[in-house]
Design a protein around this ligand. Structure first.
Ligand SMILES: [Zn+2]
Length: 484
C-alpha cells in the first residue's frame, strides 16, 4: 500500500555568527542558560529587530539549489501569534503567504533516485523564521514535570522552514529525501546538521481511505523513517478493522518507538498572521538573486556524476561519497597526493565508514589524514600489500595515526607473492591436515579450511585467490578430485 507523505523541515542556520534579528552569538550550545540574550531576542518592549542579511542570502541559495521557480521580490516578515513561555513576545517572527506576507521562495523540487527510478518531490515553499526559546522539563516531560525551566539562548536563532508537497510514498523515500536535503544544506554551508536539534521534522502521512495524521517534532532522519513506519502499521491496522483514522496531531516517542495523540490541530486563522510593522519589506533585486546563484558550489548530484564519469567510480560508491561533504572533500584531498580514485573511494566509502560506525566515531575524531591514506592506497595499488592487509592497516592508521609505509617496512608486512614460497607453506599445511584432505573431494568446506590455514600461516600477507589455486593444485597432485 502506498502512503501519501509530506514533510515540514526546520533547519537551524548554525553556520551564521549571529541570530536572525540581533547581534547575539548564534552558537548557543554548551553556553550557560540565558547568557546569549538581549532586549531584541527577549522581546522587551521597544526593542527593534534588524534582519541578518546573511540568513537571507543563505535562504536564497537553498531556494536555487532546490530549483525554486519563484523567488520573492521582497523579504516580508509576518507575526504568528500564540502564547507560550518559550516566546516572550507572544508572537513568532516568520513568513506567511497572505495578508501582505509571502515566503522567500516557492515551487521547487528535489530529484531522488529510488532503485533505478527517478522520483521528483516538489517543494511547496521555503520560509525564514526565528526559533523560540528552549523549555527544559526538570523531571520527565510536559505532563509529569513539576517545573519547567526556560533558556532564551535559542530564542531568535535563524531557521529555515522547508515544506514539501505530499509527493513522498514511503518512509524509506522520506529518509532518502531528507538525506539528500541534508547533503545540500551542508554543501551550502548553512548548517552542521550533526548538532543536536539542528534539524527537526514534522511529517504528515495518510493512507488511501484514511485521514491525514501529523507527527510533530521528530529529531533525526532515522527517527523520521521509524515514526512513519510505525504510523503506516497503525493506520493500516485501523483501516483493516473498519475503524476510522482520525485527523489528528501526534507526538513521536523515540524511546518507546510509538506515536501518541498530542492536541487538536490549530487552524491557520488562529495565529492571526500579519506583516510585522517593525520590519519593513526589504526589496530583493534580481541582481542579488543572481549574485547568490553565482555563489552556488558544485552540488551533491553534480559531484556524484563527476566521480562516476571522470574517476570511473561505481555509482553506489560515488553516491556514498558525494552525499557526505566532508568525506567527499577528504577523498579529493587524498587524490592530490596519489591518484588512484577507485582504491581510495572504496577504502573511504566502505572500510573507513565501517570503521567509524563500529567505533562510534565521527570524522575528525580519528587520526586518518589524506596524506596517510594516500600512502596506504599507494601500497595497495602498487601491490606491496594485499587489499585485505590494506584494510587492516587502515584501521590501525585511523586508530594510531601511524605511517603505513613505516609499519610495512618495520614489521615486514610486504605481501607474499612468490609462488614457490607459498607452495612450501601449502604443502606443509596439507600434510598437517590429512582429515581435511580426505574430505576435500566431497566437501568444499574442507578446501576453505585449508585455504584459511594457509592464510593464517602467512599472517594475511597472501592473496586468497592465489592461495586457493595453489591448494587445489596441491590436492589434485595428490589425486584428490576437487572443483576449482
Ligand atoms: Zn539577542
Amino acid at each position: 500500500m502506498k502512503a501519501v507523505i509530506g514533510l515540514e523541515i526546520h533547519v537551524q542556520m548554525t553556520s551564521l555568527k549571529t541570530k536572525l534579528f540581533c547581534s547575539c552569538p548564534a552558537d548557543y550550545r554548551g553556553a550557560p542558560p540565558n547568557t546569549h540574550v538581549c532586549p531584541v531576542c527577549l522581546g522587551l518592549p521597544g526593542a527593534l529587530p534588524v534582519v541578518n542579511m546573511e540568513a537571507v542570502k543563505k535562504a536564497i541559495m537553498l531556494a536555487l539549489a532546490l530549483n525554486c521557480r519563484w523567488v520573492a521580490e521582497k523579504v516580508v516578515f509576518s507575526r504568528k501569534h500564540y502564547f507560550y513561555p518559550d516566546l516572550p513576545k507572544n508572537y513568532q517572527i516568520t513568513q506567511f503567504k497572505g495578508g501582505g506576507g509571502m515566503p522567500i521562495a516557492e515551487d521547487g523540487y528535489l530529484e531522488l533516485e529510488m532503485g533505478g527510478d527517478v522520483r521528483r518531490v516538489r517543494i511547496r515553499r521555503i520560509n525564514i523564521e526565528e526559533d523560540p526559546g528552549r523549555l527544559v522539563y526538570t523531571e520527565g516531560d510536559i505532563t509529569s514535570s513539576p517545573e519547567v525551566l526556560i533558556d532564551y539562548n535559542r530564542s531568535g536563532i535563524a531557521l529555515l522552514e522547508i515544506v514539501t508537497e505530499p509527493d513522498i510514498s514511503s518512509p524509506r523515500e522520506a529518509r532518502v529525501f531528507l538525506e539528500k536535503l541534508r547533503a545540500i544544506i551542508e554543501y551550502l554551508d548553512i548548517a552542521d546538521l550533526d548538532l543536536e536539534g539542528a534539524m527537526r521534522v514534522d511529517a504528515n502521512i495518510s493512507l488511501p481511505g484514511g485521514s491525514r495524521v501529523e507527527v510533530k517534532n521528530i529529531g533525526s532522519i532515522k527517527e523520521v523513517e521509524k515514526a512513519l513506519s510505525y504510523e503506516m502499521v497503525r493506520q493500516k491496522s485501523l483501516l483493516s478493522r473498519g475503524t476510522r483514522v482520525d485527523r489528528e496531531t501526534r507526538h513521536w516517542d523515540p524511546v518507546r518507538g510509538v506515536t501518541r495523540p498530542l492536541r487538536v490541530k490549530e487552524e491557520e486563522e488562529d495565529y492571526r498572521y500579519f506583516p510585522d510593522p517593525d520590519l519593513p519589506p526589504i526589496p530583493l533585486p534580481r541582481e542579488l538573486v543572481d549574485a547568490a546563484a553565482a555563489l552556488l558550489p558544485e552540488l551533491p548530484d553534480a559531484r556524484m556524476r563527476r566521480f562516476v564519469e571522470d574517476h570511473g567510480l561505481r555509482r553506489e560508491i560515488a553516491y556514498a561519497l558525494a552525499m557526505d561533504k566532508r568525506l567527499a572533500n577528504f577523498y579529493e584531498e587524498t587524490l592530490k597526493y596519489y591518484w588512484a580514485p577507485r582504491t581510495t573511494a572504496v577504502m573511504l566509502a566502505v572500510d573507513y565508514l565501517g570503521f567509524l560506525e563500529k567505533n562510534k566515531l565521527r570524522m575528525g575524531e580519528d587520526r586518518l589524514t589524506p596524506k596517510l591514506l594516500a600512502k596506504l592506497v599507494r601500497l595497495v595499488d602498487e601491490e606491496v600489500i594485499t587489499p585485505e592487509q590494506g584494510k587492516h592497516l587502515l584501521f590501525r592508521v585511523a586508530r594510531e595515526g601511524v605511517d603505513p609505509e613505516e609499519v610495512v617496512e618495520r614489521e615486514g608486512l610486504r605481501a607474499l607473492r612468490s609462488e614457490d614460497e607459498l607452495r612450501t607453506i601449502v604443502r606443509r599445511v596439507v600434510e598437517a591436515n590429512p582429515k581435511a584432505v580426505s574430505d576435500a573431494a566431497r566437501n568444499p568446506r574442507a578446501v576453505n579450511f585449508l585455504v584459511g590455514r594457509v592464510m593464517k600461516e602467512t599472517q594475511g600477507r597472501a592473496e586468497p585467490r592465489l592461495v586457493r589455486r595453489l591448494v587445489v593444485e596441491e590436492l589434485r597432485r595428490r589425486g584428490v578430485r576437487v572443483e576449482a
